[in-house]
Design a protein around this ligand. Structure first.
Ligand code: SF4
Length: 98
């Protein structure tokens, strides 16, 4: 995936959000602002938690292991609302590989 300038707004499906799970605290702002139901917020699985660094695992515990996940990347319209809304700056829009 290639990071693009904020001014780029390709058609649906060209870009998709990528969440840094080490930063995400599951506050669900992305879920609230996304007009296309791209996200879900749930408790991370044991395997997902283990993929994080030690510090991020401790931080994750403090938030009940709740995190946002991209479940409908193909529906993203690259509006950027989720990127602006995330209080942890955990979301980037990247070009989807095809
Ligand atoms: S850029 Fe817009 S459409 Fe895409 S996931 Fe974020 S809020 Fe939803």
């Amino acid at each position: 995936m290639t990071e693009l300038p904020e001014t780029c707004r390709p058609d649906s499906g060209d870009l998709a959000p990528v969440i840094d799970l080490a930063r995400c605290e599951g506050k669900a702002d992305c879920l609230r602002v996304c007009p296309y139901d791209v996200f879900e917020v749930r408790v991370a699985t044991s395997a997902e938690r283990k993929s994080l660094g030690l510090l991020a695992q401790v931080k994750s515990l403090a938030h009940g292991h709740k995190k946002a996940f991209v479940v409908h990347a193909d529906q993203c319209h690259a509006c950027g609302l989720c990127v602006e809304a995330c209080p942890e700056t955990a979301i980037r829009l990247l070009r989807r590989s095809r």
